[in-house]
Design a protein around this ligand. Structure first.
Ligand SMILES: [Zn+2]
Length: 493
């Protein structure tokens, strides 16, 4: 395993910020205001949340105009590494990024300043991201339960997996990097169905692999179709005779192949992360691999939390970046609660569903009516960080992703302030973190919020190493992180 740095202050940042503001100016700001010692550049992204400027709101730096991101790779593609995949041309077509190689532009100066560089790629759940302009991508997309091409790439498709491995070979052989961060923002077919999507993936490869596991793909397909019909009916306003949750569970019991298929999907997804980890280590064992953990998985959704225990990614990460955006969490969680009351929690009012979900998720946040405006407390960050640290038994470093600038919430949502950013930094270290990741993107953050990171780090006395004794108290019910070997024997890492 690579030795993670003693204190990690990373920031997610898109190429657009360096183009708008200049490499030296941006790095000056990041080092002086926020003590940044690691960049997580989105060297490839189709998502504005990772790479672009805002749509209709802009911070006090950078250009204040939309960039209409199309997305793709923002570095040169070296074709000798792409022999095992048909996906070979994925350079971002945006005029803004023509003739520019993100890493060539930023790496030398970052290195000179002692800033580590970890390209960050996040597999997003959004249906709007279709990679349509990428030649041959159509052959790697999932097939739904009716045999139709769907939208997202199939995690078992060899071409798709080889593409990611090829990108890693290109990255690590073409540039002097410190590691790579793999983002996880996808979920299996069952949760997609409940959100109004179609069940996937029933491509020939997935059907064959399921068959090898002893899963009857045809029965799984029929089960998903019935649950999809149920979800569509109740989302359309129909009230099930025996209740929403009861009828949903009845369908699951009637089609146990669906549960088996869910595990197959999650295992396949984790296997992709493991392949990526192994590929990086094959290329150079000294390079670090980080895994970004979606807030829907770690905090908001009990089904996803059940499907992905923290240790799922424990043997394919040197560090975790759990997303703990606390200010925007009130608004985001309220949306999820409302969504649940349209399907399996249809017998609940939103107020009741909020209490129920907060209780089973061990949250202790504001009441329904106040939730968006209140956000989550900084203590949520401390508890979630401690839960992650305890689950890893100290074997994986934890650098929580804290909200310093995140667009996409309405004015009625709790706003991110320098005070709330400072509280997030303190709570992360109190929870046992040995670093933080400034999120979601530099291009979304006000400079006083960026500066609040550095102020909090200075107040805590955190420089290159994390002082002992910052953690305040263990989390109720969690194993002790101080027990070292033996404290977490239940986890087979
Ligand atoms: Zn498939």
């Amino acid at each position: 395993m690579a030795e993670p740095r003693k204190n990690f202050v990373g920031i997610q940042i898109g190429l657009v910020s360096f183009l708008d503001e200049g490499v030296n100016q941006v790095l000056d700001i990041l080092q002086e205001k926020a003590r940044v010692n690691a960049l997580l550049p989105s060297t490839m992204s189709w998502s504005r949340g990772n790479a672009g400027r805002g749509l209709d709101w802009f911070p006090d730096h950078g250009k204040a105009e939309p960039d209409h991101l199309q997305g793709g790779a923002m570095v040169n593609i070296h074709p000798q590494y792409y022999g095992a995949t048909t996906i070979k041309e994925f350079r971002a077509p945006d005029p803004l990024y023509q003739g520019v190689d993100y890493l060539e532009m930023v790496l030398p100066e970052a290195k000179r300043r002692g800033i580590k560089v970890y390209p960050y790629y996040c597999e997003t759940a959004g249906r709007e991201i279709r990679h349509v302009w990428v030649p041959n991508f159509i052959h790697v997309v999932e097939v739904d339960a009716w045999g139709r091409k769907a939208v997202r790439p199939c995690v078992n498709n060899a071409d798709y997996r080889n593409w990611h491995v090829a990108i890693l070979e290109d990255c690590f052989k073409s540039y002097d990097l410190d590691g790579y961060v793999w983002g996880v923002e996808r979920r299996g077919p069952l949760l997609n169905i409940l959100d109004g999507d179609v069940p996937t993936c029933f491509c020939p490869t997935c059907r064959q692999q399921a068959h090898e596991r002893g899963i009857d793909a045809e029965r799984a397909r029929q089960g998903y179709q019935e649950i999809h019909d149920f979800a569509m009916r109740v989302r359309g306003g129909a009230a099930p005779l025996d209740g929403y949750l009861v009828e949903f569970l009845r369908l699951l019991f009637r089609h146990p192949e669906v549960v088996a298929w869910e595990k197959f999907w999650v295992d396949s997804h984790v296997a992709l992360a493991q392949e990526i980890y192994g590929a990086v280590k094959w290329l150079n064992p000294k390079k670090e691999v980080g895994v970004h953990i979606w807030q829907l998985i770690n905090t908001f959704n009990p089904l996803l939390r059940a499907q992905y225990p923290i240790e799922s990614f424990g043997n394919c990460a040197d560090f975790f970046k759990p997303v703990v955006y606390h200010d925007v969490a009130g608004f985001r969680f309220s949306r999820i609660v409302a969504g649940c009351t349209r399907t399996i929690l249809g017998d609940f009012t939103p107020q009741e569903a909020d209490r129920f979900l907060q209780r089973i998720l061990h949250l202790n946040e504001a009441e329904w009516d106040d939730l968006p405006a209140a956000g989550f407390t900084a203590d949520y960050i401390r508890r979630e960080t401690a839960r992650t640290v305890d689950a890893t038994g100290g074997r994986v470093a934890v650098y929580p992703g804290i909200n310093v600038g995140v667009q996409g919430t309405p004015k009625s949502s709790k706003q991110i302030t320098p005070e709330s950013v400072g509280a997030a930094v303190r709570a992360s270290y109190e929870g046992g973190a040995t670093g933080i990741t400034i999120s979601r993107n530099y291009s979304e953050a006000m400079l006083n919020c960026v500066a609040a990171v550095g102020q909090a780090l200075d107040e805590l006395g955190i420089k290159d190493t994390v002082p002992e004794g910052l953690r305040t108290e263990p989390v109720r019910g969690a194993a002790s992180a101080s027990g070292k070997a033996g404290a977490d024997d239940r986890v087979a890492w």
